[in-house]
Design a protein around this ligand. Structure first.
Ligand code: EPZ
Length: 431
């Protein structure tokens, strides 16, 4: 198994370029198969989850051609609505193929989505939406089966705000007959990005980015060339890495507006943040302070940044309180931070963090994608050597994470856990 070995204590400095947003790209790839005409997607992140989804659409008949590392050409000539790719069971974004296939072909059989183990992740809002459009949906033998003779627009009120349900039902309704009104929608930037992409293919979607999305069904979609928005969570992760290591990092290819909740918290705990048109620079030159925060749907503080922020607060001055309101199981990494000397007590969905003077290196295991990134941040700031195991979680969503960190001056190496020689070599070099 691959792991990261880190020698902490170096301030990050320099520039880093952010890739396209993974969670937007998952929706865009699913949308791309809704036309038989060629679609070119640019600024696609080269990460595991995206490559698994590309393989899966290839297996059901789409022609997928990599033009370069971040550009793909897709022709959505689907010949099967049954997605039976084993890897799809482990990822969340697979559920977008239900909406896309149901919308285009009137039928979909897709494995019940997996994804990071951060809490129970039901999909009843997705299925409620599909049913309201006229589909029969059942879940059996681990598969979601959706079928409709015809989809008809409807007025759908989501019982809770869900990114996945908003995008999925939007996908299913763009080719439905008549008007669909979705209320209580998620407003995340990736919802807007998928809607913009669908509109570039000829869909008629209005209101994405607000609570109410109105979709007028069209006869068919056509080809398009589209560039994915920058990944706000990758950007936020590098902002926190800069802050935690008392660094000075210019984070390029971002939309500063999407980062406002993170920027506000960094300012509050004592960082300098300078925004430009498409970059943010984070400077921290002293021990950071405490704060209180609660994760919320956009534009609130994102749940996907909660672990990275908690890891940073673990060695900031004072007592911080972090409340997780989206996923109930997103504090599993706290035990790992404790191994590094953190003093954090979790009560229900709240973590009470007593900032310690410093963290010390340890062997820790990443329980999920963002928690893994948080442990890397902790390792970069800690004294001594840290080993972060199960980096495959991190690689689901971060492209060349350790390479980018190295370019900012971090001492980090990706090594095979059995490769004692490589580990020894790193330790000797790091001193
Ligand atoms: C998306 O997950 C992201 N994943 C997650 O990113 C992100 O954490 C999450 O949105 C919140 O921003 C993808 O885009 C692939 P939700 P999703 O539906 O769509 C409950 C990462 O690290 N809910 O907005 O699954 C649900 O349990 C990942 O990149 C229902 O109860 O999230 C949760 O408590 C992890 N019923 C809340 O809503 C439903 O039918 C929000 O979930 C749907 C959701």
């Amino acid at each position: 198994m691959e792991q990261y070995i880190i020698k902490g204590g170096r301030s990050l400095a320099g520039e880093v370029v952010i890739n396209g947003a993974k969670n937007a790209a998952l929706g865009v790839i699913a949308a791309a198969i809704m036309t038989d005409e060629p679609v070119i997607i640019e600024n696609l992140p080269d990460v595991l989850d995206i490559n698994v989804l590309l393989d899966a659409i290839g297996e059901i008949g789409a022609v997928v051609e990599r033009i370069d590392r971040h550009t793909v050409r897709i022709i959505g000539t689907i010949n099967s609505v049954e997605v039976d790719n084993e890897s799809m069971r482990k990822m969340r974004g697979s559920y977008y193929l239900i909406g896309a296939l149901l919308g285009k072909c009137g039928s979909a059989q897709v494995p019940l989505p997996g994804g990071c183990n951060i809490g129970s992740r039901p999909i009843e809002q997705h299925t409620k939406g599909f049913r309201a459009l006229g589909a029969d949906v059942d879940i059996s033998f681990g598969m979601v089966n959706a079928k409709a003779d015809k989809l008809t627009g409807n007025h759908i009120y989501f019982d809770l705000v869900s990114v996945g349900a908003t995008i999925n039902v939007m996908l299913a309704s763009v080719l439905a007959e008549g008007q669909t009104i979705l209320e209580n929608c998620a407003k995340e930037p990736h919802v807007v990005d998928v809607a913009n992409f669908l509109n570039s293919m000829g869909a008629n979607i209005k209101g994405a980015g607000t609570d109410v999305i109105r979709i007028r069904g069209v006869e068919k979609l056509h080809g398009s060339t589209y560039s994915i928005i920058p990944d706000q969570i990758e950007a936020g992760t590098f902002m926190l890495a800069a802050a935690a290591t008392r660094g000075d990092v210019l984070i390029k290819n971002v939309i500063p507006k999407h980062l406002e909740a993170i920027t506000a918290k960094l300012l509050e705990i004592g960082c300098e943040v300078a925004e430009d048109d498409d970059s943010v620079r984070v400077i921290a030159n002293r021990r950071l302070g405490q704060t209180q925060l609660k994760t919320l749907v956009y534009p609130g503080f994102p749940t996907d940044m909660q672990p990275q922020m908690t890891a940073t607060l673990a060695f900031s001055e004072g007592t911080s309180i972090v409340t997780e309101s989206i996923f109930e199981n997103r504090f599993k990494y706290v035990d790992e931070l404790t191994r590094m000397g953190a003093s954090i007590k979790v009560e229900g969905n709240t973590a009470i963090i007593n900032g310690v003077e410093k963290l010390t290196g340890a062997t820790v295991c990443s329980p999920d994608l963002r928690a893994g990134a948080a442990l890397v941040i902790a390792g970069l700031a800690a004294e001594g050597f840290t080993i972060v195991e199960q980096v495959e979680y991190i690689e689901r969503g971060y492209e060349h994470f350790e390479v980018k960190l190295k370019e900012l001056g971090a001492m980090i190496e990706r090594v095979e856990d059995t490769d004692a020689k490589a580990i020894q070599k790193f330790k000797l070099k790091a001193g």
